[in-house]
Design a protein around this ligand. Structure first.
Ligand SMILES: Cc1cc2nc3c(=O)[nH]c(=O)nc-3n(C[C@H](O)[C@H](O)[C@H](O)COP(=O)(O)O)c2cc1C
Length: 418
């Protein structure tokens, strides 16, 4: 399925009298062909589809969608799109397919640079760049636009035991240097995710980390159980930013609750288990330590930061749920700070997330002690952002004369006495 995203560097104030789709269509009216091509690359899904990866089958194709598809096809005929395999050439991306047979492998700037990292205990990735959960659909949709096999890994949309319709509208609001979202874990449920995407994941030749969400310890275990044996899946990322139905507190805000989920999921699977920390915890370092003691193989730092915007005309919060999760460059200093603190408290790998838009941002996380990063909100403005981060890191390793990207991990941490 193709996609529509926010366009780069365009201020798009929220007009609450219209749906986001209508506003985007209005904004696209009268665009020059060049702009249309850019939009076409970003394509024509709704924001909810883009965030969940689940096509809205009742949605009729839009006029804009048809127009953009036409322009996209024309552009492809004129010589293909950057960063993607040219159309009409089949590239074997199955795991195990010899990379030397890939006619495009050699042209990628990272091909001859050692970017391999240990993203979690037992999980070595060819490079440290993943996509963040909820910002890259189920990954397969992007294969039409970019060569996703270049990514270190993709993290799928939060997966719950049963299908969830998500939260009421509005679910996205722009903020200075970021966005607020309250998508509400819209997804088709674990069994359907495994059935629908497993085969495609394996064919893409990219490592898939399943993001697991739930409202009880049993929920998390159930999702992992349902996903067991799904082709392409290499690890689980546990989203503990969910309220526990028993007490209402977020699993990730309480060290004991977070440890309980970690232990239960570890007992269910032999794959690496990554716990995604919430910056909304009163003591995130205590949660990190508890998860490590409970057997976590890595930690992701961080999930979104609680925030709110008010529609001053309606005198109500803009988001249907009132508050939502803030992401994008606005939260990067918070995320780097937490990474730096957690890196000094645990020995397991850390995956940095929060506002990574380019290689310099990624380097901040790596130097703060993360061994890999996730790119999330940045892909809404530029679907090529994760690939540009990989290319930028490769260029950095070359320019600095490093042996590998691993040389910079933790470089900014205080020197330990022991
Ligand atoms: C629209 C949207 C949906 C998200 N959905 C999920 C999710 O389902 N599970 C999860 O663990 N994190 C989710 N996140 C959080 C991101 O994975 C990431 O941790 C956060 O956005 C910070 O990274 P960023 O600033 O690069 O986006 C979502 C973020 C956004 C913007």
């Amino acid at each position: 399925m193709p996609w529509r995203r926010f366009r780069k560097k365009v201020e798009r104030p929220i007009d609450v009298s219209k749906s986001i789709e209508e506003s985007l269509e209005d904004a696209a009216d009268g665009e020059s062909e060049e702009d249309a091509i850019e939009l076409a690359e970003l394509d024509d899904a709704t924001i909810a589809e883009a965030a969940t990866g689940v096509p809205d089958e009742d949605r009729a194709p839009t006029e804009l969608g048809d127009k953009l598809r036409g322009v996209l096809d024309e552009a492809a005929q004129r010589g293909g799109l950057p960063h993607s395999a040219p159309r009409g050439i089949a590239v074997d991306r199955r795991p195990g397919a010899a990379r030397s047979e890939d006619p495009h492998a050699a042209r990628y700037p990272e091909s001859d640079v050692d970017l391999a990292v240990e993203a979690a205990r037992g999980l070595r990735l060819k490079n440290p760049v993943m996509t963040a959960s909820g910002t890259f659909g189920q990954g397969v949709e992007y294969a039409e636009l970019i060569d996703v096999s270049r990514l270190g890994a993709i993290v799928n949309k939060g997966t719950t035991p049963a299908a969830r319709p998500g939260n009421p509208q509005y679910r996205i609001a722009e903020t200075p240097s970021g966005i607020l979202n309250s998508i509400g874990l819209e997804n088709p449920g674990a069994a359907e995710v495994a059935r629908k995407y497993g085969k495609a994941w394996a064919e893409l030749g990219v490592a898939v980390i399943v993001n697991v969400a739930g409202y009880s310890v049993e929920d998390y275990v159930y999702v992992v159980h349902e996903m067991t044996g799904t082709p392409g899946v290499v690890a689980y990322e546990i989203n503990v930013s969910c309220p526990n139905v028993k007490g209402g507190m977020l699993f990730g805000c309480d060290p004991d609750l977070a440890a309980e989920v970690t232990r239960a999921v570890k007992a269910e699977t032999d794959l690496p288990v990554i716990v995604k920390l919430t910056p909304n915890a009163p003591d995130v370092v205590a949660v990190a330590r508890a998860c490590e003691e409970a057997g976590a193989d890595a930690l992701t730092a961080i999930n979104t930061v609680l925030g709110m915007r008010i529609d001053t005309r309606r005198r109500r919060p803009i988001l249907g749920t009132g508050s939502g999760g803030l992401s994008g460059p606005a939260i990067r200093p918070i995320a780097v700070h937490i990474t730096y603190q957690v890196a000094q408290a645990v020995a397991i790998p850390i995956i940095g997330a929060g506002g990574v838009t380019n290689a310099q941002d990624a380097l901040e996380f790596l130097m703060a002690g993360a061994s890999s990063v996730q790119v999330g909100t940045a892909t809404f403005a530029d679907p090529l952002a994760p690939l540009k981060v990989i290319e930028g890191l490769a260029a950095y390793v070359k320019e600095q004369g490093l042996t590998s990207i691993r040389d910079v991990i933790g470089a900014a941490l205080p020197v330990r006495e022991d």
